[in-house]
Design a protein around this ligand. Structure first.
Ligand SMILES: *Cc1c(COP(=O)(O)O)cnc(C)c1O
Length: 242
């Protein structure tokens, strides 16, 4: 438990430093705690320090942790691959933002369900900036079209873009992914599409969040550097068939 507090302090200091070094305001960066496989008890330890956001990859984990987390205020982001048959639960269990909308049929089904329940949802569009087939996300060149199509859906509020950078020790390659996301964001923003905000850039994880902040991230999603190593490989969480 102590290590969570210690790690959080270090991460927040690093975020703070990176924002100031880049002439940015620390308040413009949100830290989303990536809490896959992390127990409610450990999540509560982190939230008790004043952290406000958690990000989950699997609806099953959102459901199983739901009651325990009721005791401490927080907002939930969904950051995993979303199957359409899980939409009902996403809405039911108070997800505040789906960061991983990457295809039209998913958006259409979300819109349908939200209309039925007279609710709305903040979303980000997930872009595959690394070109790796293992990663979900809309292709960069198709992002604007997808945004345009979703813009007409009144229950979905597009707040920006999300990406998972390439896993590589080569900072140049990682940075390229983040630069690309920002470039796409800027291209969409100048279109001034009604109902579309391009404020948020969700990019950067434990290994690369400082680079992401340099490149304009407004949301960083950090798990390992706060909660320690996970038992399952990330592919387990990113692969739809599991
Ligand atoms: C797990 C996960 C993170 C956090 O990754 P760490 O390397 O543990 O910081 C961020 N984004 C997504 C989509 C994730 O699945």
């Amino acid at each position: 438990m102590d290590s969570i507090l210690h790690n959080l302090q270090i991460i927040n200091e690093k975020i703070h430093r990176a924002t100031l070094q880049n002439g940015r305001n620390p308040e413009d960066i949100k830290l989303v705690l990536a809490t896959k496989t992390v127990s409610p008890e450990r999540i509560i330890t982190a939230l008790s320090t004043g952290e406000k956001f958690i990000g989950e990859n699997k609806i099953q984990e959102i459901i199983s942790k739901y009651d325990d987390l009721q005791t401490v205020p927080h907002k939930k982001h969904f950051i995993g691959h979303l199957q359409t048959n899980k939409i009902k639960d996403i809405i039911k269990y108070d997800v505040a933002c789906i960061e991983s909308v990457d295809r039209l049929d998913l958006a259409q089904k979300l819109q349908q369900r939200l209309t039925l329940e007279n609710k709305s949802m903040d979303i980000l569009i997930q872009v595959n900036t690394s070109g790796e087939s293992s990663k979900f996300g809309v292709r960069p060149e198709n992002t604007l079209d997808l945004v345009r199509s979703i813009a007409s859906m009144d229950r979905l509020h597009i707040k920006g873009l999300m990406t998972i950078g390439i896993f590589s020790d080569d900072h140049v390659k990682v940075r390229k992914c983040f630069k690309l996301l920002k470039q796409i964001r800027d291209q969409i923003a100048i279109q001034h599409i009604a109902g579309v905000e391009m404020k948020e850039l969700s990019m950067g994880m434990s290994g690369d969040f400082e680079i992401a902040i340099e490149e304009g991230a407004t949301i960083v999603r950090i798990g390992t550097a706060i909660f320690g190593k996970r038992i399952y490989p990330d592919s387990y969480y990113w692969n739809e068939s599991k």
